[in-house]
Design a protein around this ligand. Sequence first.
Ligand code: DGT
Ligand code: CA
Ligand code: CA
Length: 577
Amino acid sequence: MNNAQIAAIFELLADLLEFQSSNPFRIRSYRNSARVISDLSESIATIVAESPQQLTKLDGIGKSLAEKCVTLVETGSLPQLDELRQKIPETVLQLLRIPGMGPKKAAVLYQELHIKSLDELKIACETGQVRKLSGFGEKTEQAILANLEFAATAGDRIYWSEADAVASDIRQFLLEGPAKLEQLELAGSYRRCKETIGDLDILIVSQEPDAVMDRFAAYPSLRDTIVRGGTKMSIRLQSGLQVDLRLVPEESFGAALQYFTGSKEHNVELRGRAKSRGLKINEWGVYRIDGEEETYIAGQTEEDVYQTLELPWIPPELRECRQEFLWAEKNNLPELLTLSEIRGDLHMHTTWTDGRASLRQMIDAAITRGLEYIAITDHSQRVTMANGLNSVRAREQWDEIDRIRPEFEGRIHILKGIECDILEKGGMDLPDDVLAEADWVLAAIHYGQKQPRQQITDRLLGAIEHPSVNAVAHPTGRLINRREAYDVDMDAVFSACKQHGKMLELNANPLRLDLHDTHCQAAVQHQIPIVINTDAHSVEGLDVMRFGILQARRAGLTSQHVANACCWSDFSAQLRA
Ligand code: DGT
Ligand code: CA
Ligand code: CA
């Protein structure tokens, strides 16, 4: 079990305890430890294996939490969690997915109105029962209704970053097992690197299918086996995530990998192309059709499968049936961006506002990660919750950067930046003369996200026109699975960026991934440079860059399209221009 999984379990425990109105102190301690563990650079499993007594040395982890970490690592489950789960209907957890609905509110709905599911909640809202509860009111009732549909579609999909942690763990577990595996690959939306994942799909070639399935059934965080057949087995993990495993013959591995990678739309197009050539493609292989006769002609590798249609291998990230077939036909597939091509990171926070690491710590961490240049972009004053910088403090921070720059001479270029709020009424949160002193200004909307389309669009256009603004941060404001994008006319945003020579951010935080892939493509068509930033609030936060890269790859971006894939001299020249 990795740190992300342990943290998720502690968060879930906190939610369930809060739902039961348990001791607030205990709830807080679970939440704290979840945060500490997910930020930790060492693996909890390693500490447990090597010196479990070190666990209590971690911030916020006492004896009892340390024991729970050990149990989780060793058994993959927690008796206390199982008990709580038995007492609380599973469907109640659905209520928590509604944006703004905490465990306390969910508990009131459950106790007062016996609401256990989103459907029941919808009826209660529509019949005006919810507004009568203390602490709810008519406005809350409307907000719940508005969010219900969103919560239902957010469903059980998990972030790619979470799926990745689980996938790596299962892969390792299966590889370490007694059964000998000739091939093991993850397919599905995970391999296509989609923002969220419904379930995991594993493909295996092995001469020992029973042993493979026995091993799969022994996976530590398994909750139950859904189905086990001769070549297919599905399990459900403690977290609720389903994992499908399929054993395929060696000569079909490529065809199965291609088929189960999807997307469905990509596969439909591929099958159509096969048919028009007198071929048939399925998960077993490619077959030549000759009257009643079917002859296997390919299927061992994906390359072989695409080759039968005279197409080059297509990277999974592009398999959404958009432009990939047109590119592939002309042998013109883009050289997709890679993490090693990234030279800078232009969005990060420090302890001056809501970051957890100091200015120097962030700079050192950026150097360690091989970056050539960074921008320090703390919040501006309007973001009071984050202790945003007013003019005086912004200038103080920039003076501080001027003072320490010589220490880092020759190692990294540090831009004096700000993530300046775009005010609800329009206009920037800091005076023009202050913004003019910054090397790099990100403009961002944090408040008034519910405003009508025209108003939000006008605010963004105002920022884009501002002479000091370089880029718009997280341009649509969505939080995946939590909050929808604000309503904005993106075409107007693209035109304005093009006209004023401004960049658009692809925020790499796995909860944001904002711009979306289709918007990135549109930006490229408008020749607007994309800047991929981590928005790090801690040293570890700098590592989310890789999720942004995957998003960029799905959009078909190459290093040419990405401003911070330029070397420093080109990037700084672009800024001066
Ligand atoms: P997910 O799990 O919802 O995030 O999305 P996927 O794409 O992983 O979907 P999943 O797990 O249902 O199936 C994996 C792949 O298998 C899918 O991308 C395409 C292929 N596949 C599954 N069922 C069908 C089907 O009925 N028709 C076609 N053409 N392909 C299918
Ligand atoms: Ca899947
Ligand atoms: Ca599946």
